[in-house]
Design a protein around this ligand. Sequence first.
Ligand code: SF4
Ligand code: SF4
Length: 143
Amino acid sequence: MTPKLGPRVRIAVITTDLPLIPDTPCYEPSVIDFCNICKKCAYTCPGKAISSNDMIKIKGDLRWQINQEKCYNYWTVCGTDCGRCMAICPFSHPDNFIHNIVRKGIKNSMIFRRFALKMDDFIYGRKPNPKREPDKLNKYLNK
Ligand code: SF4
Ligand code: SF4
């Protein structure tokens, strides 16, 4: 999760022997607080790969870790990738005037975060219905 682009980032690796100075971890408390009250990705994930519980400590850092196996299993049965977690995330809304004002409010006010989440649920839905699933997928989900 990033404050500006939400979950719409891809992490890549470049192998090099350049002498680089490592960054320190950058925690954005407003995003963590928003995720804590939101959890729309966890409720929407069809593969049940995202935890809706509190963060847990993994390798020294508190995090919500996605269960990659469950996510990938779902993709293989779907026959394509999914990305509903990214599509539903309130941080994924377009980079426009209105949404950027909302982002500012979310960053600066705890009360506004709660209001913004209620508005997001009202306008976009808490858990929108998925598009019709292929029969193969229904068999997998009903196993
Ligand atoms: S949908 Fe986005 S803002 Fe909400 S909990 Fe998931 S990552 Fe956080
Ligand atoms: S891509 Fe789909 S299955 Fe994977 S974590 Fe996101 S919502 Fe869940």
